[in-house]
Design a protein around this ligand. Structure first.
Ligand SMILES: [Zn+2]
Length: 296
């Protein structure tokens, strides 16, 4: 995809090795596909949401290096570690600045604090992840004089989410605000309600982009904005109804894989199921215990 000067390409990171049991449907747990986006001009590039292991950073870095552009910035859409724990390796390799909103930077610190309880329990090979991201004035920066706008959209699958709008490409790199052929992560959302996420989708829609890169996606699908927005909205409605009707986490899991048999990310679905029902059935207990426990 390209306009006069800018173009973008998407790299789907290989899921890291995982060995912590099976899903209720029998298959081993596995991380969902994670998309990294490279926006580039004739000389320079901006990378959005690198992965989280050293192996993934090396593979993504080699792919980026093959494009022959100078990576000026790495943008992080939100604080979840899968979108950025390995970004320091890439920032060093390419001499790039790391950019995020103030809210996301706060969430990045929280995710680092949570590493020993979730991430490092499940995955080997996550590199040191100091938070080096900086904010940019007015949430805007440039790539070869073309504007890249950071749009803060509040709570989606976590607090303080943002997307990157590239008007020249009619593109939104949406992080986890929009999903594409993959199960949505609703563990944290269950605390705030789904309407905040719905409002965030409205905000993305208002940008009028034609293309949306979803952070978690089925690589076989296209990046059509209208379709990905519609399917993300629909999933929120379907999940809300199923969470009201289904009695147990396994019932919810089974209902959702029946409704979405082709969707990627069943480990995310199972994590969500355990967290939402755990929180609901244990009022007064720390919800973080259930959100973290859903991954283990
Ligand atoms: Zn996320």
């Amino acid at each position: 995809m390209n306009s006069a000067d800018l173009a973008y390409e998407v790299f789907i990171n290989e899921p890291p090795k995982q060995d912590n049991g099976n899903l209720p449907s029998g298959e081993p747990k596995s991380f969902p596909p994670l998309a990294s986006t490279l926006i580039y001009g004739t000389r320079s590039a901006v990378l959005v949401d690198p992965g989280f292991t050293t192996d993934a950073a090396n593979a993504l870095g080699d792919w980026v290096a093959g494009k022959g552009r100078d990576v000026s910035d790495i943008f992080i859409t939100h604080g979840h570690g899968d979108h950025w724990f390995a970004s320091g390796l890439l920032a060093k390799r390419f001499g790039a600045r790391t950019v995020a909103t103030e809210g996301t930077i706060g969430q990045m610190h929280a995710n680092v604090a949570g590493r020993p309880y979730v991430w490092d329990k499940v995955y080997d090979g996550i590199p040191p992840s100091p938070v080096t991201a900086v904010t940019v004035p007015n949430n805007t920066f440039t790539l070869e004089s073309r504007r890249l706008d950071i749009i803060e959209v509040g709570h989606t699958d976590t607090d303080a989410s943002s997307v990157l709008h590239v008007p020249d490409l009619e593109l939104v790199v949406a992080g986890d605000v929009i999903y594409n052929g993959a199960h949505l992560y609703l563990s944290e959302t269950s605390l705030s309600g789904l309407d905040k996420w719905r409002a965030a989708i409205d905000r993305v829609e208002s940008l009028g982009a034609r293309h949306i890169v979803a952070g978690h996606q089925d690589a076989k699908l296209d990046d059509d904005a209208a379709r990905t927005i519609a399917t993300t909205r629909e999933y929120l409605d379907v999940a809300e109804e199923a969470l009201n009707v289904e009695k147990t986490p396994v019932d919810y899991y089974n209902a959702m894989i029946t409704r979405y048999p082709e969707y990627q990310g069943r480990t995310v679905l199972w994590s969500t199921a355990q967290a939402v029902y755990g929180i609901r059935e244990n009022p007064g207990k720390d919800p973080v215990k259930f959100i973290a426990g859903g991954w283990l």
